[in-house]
Write a protein that binds this ligand. Structure first.
Ligand code: APR
Ligand code: ZN
Ligand code: ZN
Length: 358
């Protein structure tokens, strides 16, 4: 089958026709991926910024159809449409016992270090245990969330990572309340999803901060009430909030410098939610003179900070009700052979999400 493979960090993806997927074992499912989004974390894996053993098949924002289920699997059946979740909840670890399935690493840690594919007889890994840049993947049954057949695969794919991550940071981690003020630092797919959620939560002001002029124009259609370049942000914030800063700020880039920016933009007692995933050695410093005195709450948020399958079902409903414009987030569509174009587009910062059809 066809797949895109990263042989070495910082090289283009190569399309191969002879990739093999491992057999479907007990408790596993085989999925025919139909659409996958290109998320910034894939790029971070491809440059080695995020830890991912190479060679690997990137992709973790995918949706498709169940082809086969392994022994003991009763939650899905062949033909079902599913969204891929990259944080399958094992159901029995300490996190799962606390209802923190989105923090469960029991299955994911092993899956990202167990080859999911073979090429020319050699093992190939799958990015964060998913590898959705391949026509077929084998996953634990907990990694697939059934979705109704009338939901287009491209909408389902976006919910697979960026939309759940961005909206969940607002709904679950920060819990933005009506009438509050919000600043979003970084307006890619994840930042724009956060922005839409801030609008749905009734935020009275939403400042979008992004260096890309194209992005600053685009965000006005997703609920932003003001925009700023990173350089202008502090001055604009002071003007908009009477010098106080925002109730809630979100870092959606994945760098310590942008965490600092989001921290500065928050008001005393405000909440700073860090959504971006950065390099392991990129450290954010906080002043001991400020931490307690300013009482800003710095929170990390992974995969929307709550039960992943439940969030995905809620997001499908919001999309169905026309309250979440996921269609407008798709700015380009490419076929698998043009997968590198998706990352070229990401690097220009002009589009929001490119989806890859397989
Ligand atoms: N200040 C604000 N925005 C910035 C800055 C900056 N200094 N530098 C870059 N950006 C913007 C880019 O212009 C782009 O619009 O951040 C945005 C990043 O968007 P994408 O590349 O589409 O990334 P996305 O997929 O949204 O992911 C963002 O969230 O889940 C994590 O791992 C993911 O760390 C990544 C982050
Ligand atoms: Zn992602
Ligand atoms: Zn668990």
């Amino acid at each position: 089958m066809r797949a895109a493979v990263l042989r070495e960090y910082n090289s283009p993806l190569e399309i191969v026709d002879t990739m093999e997927t491992v057999e479907t074992g007990p408790g596993q499912v085989r999925v025919r991926i139909r659409v996958t989004g290109a998320c910034h974390s894939d790029l971070s894996g491809m440059t080695g910024k995020l830890s991912a053993p190479a060679p690997f098949v990137p992709g973790h924002e995918g949706a498709g159809e169940i082809l086969e289920v392994g022994e003991g699997v009763t939650s899905v059946a062949p033909g079902d449409h599913v969204i891929v979740s990259f944080m399958p909840a094992c159901g029995s670890c300490a996190h799962c016992a606390r209802d923190e399935g989105h923090l469960c690493m029991a299955l994911m840690a092993g899956a990202s270090r167990t080859p999911g594919f073979r090429l020319d007889g050699k093992p190939v890994f799958s990015f964060v245990g998913c590898g959705t840049f391949a026509e077929e993947v084998v996953l634990p049954y907990q990694s697939v969330v059934p979705v109704a057949k009338d939901v287009p695969f491209e909408i389902a794919a976006l919910i697979g990572c960026g939309v759940t991550t961005g909206t969940g940071a607002v709904f679950n981690t920060a819990q933005v309340h009506e009438g509050s003020t919000v600043a979003i630092v970084g307006c890619g797919g994840v930042g724009i999803a956060a922005m839409m959620a801030a609008g749905l939560s009734g935020a009275s002001q939403i400042l979008a901060v992004d260096p890309s002029a194209a992005k600053r124009e685009l965000v006005m259609g997703f609920g932003a009430t003001a925009t700023a370049t990173p350089e202008e942000a502090e001055a604009v914030a002071a003007e908009l909030t009477g010098g106080q800063g925002f109730d809630y700020t979100f870092e959606v880039v994945g760098r310590s410098s942008t965490v600092e920016a989001a921290y500065k933009l928050a008001r005393r007692g405000g909440t700073v939610t860090v959504v971006g995933v950065g390099a392991r050695d990129d450290n954010f410093q906080m002043s001991m003179g400020a931490l307690a005195m300013q009482s800003k709450n710095v929170k990390g948020s992974v995969y929307g900070g709550a039960d992943v399958p439940q969030q995905m079902r809620n997001l499908v409903s919001l999309w169905r009700e026309g309250r979440l414009d996921l269609d407008a987030m798709i700015t380009d569509r490419v076929q698998l052979e043009d997968v590198n174009k998706a990352f070229d587009l990401m690097k220009t910062g002009n589009g929001i999400r490119t989806v890859i059809e397989l």
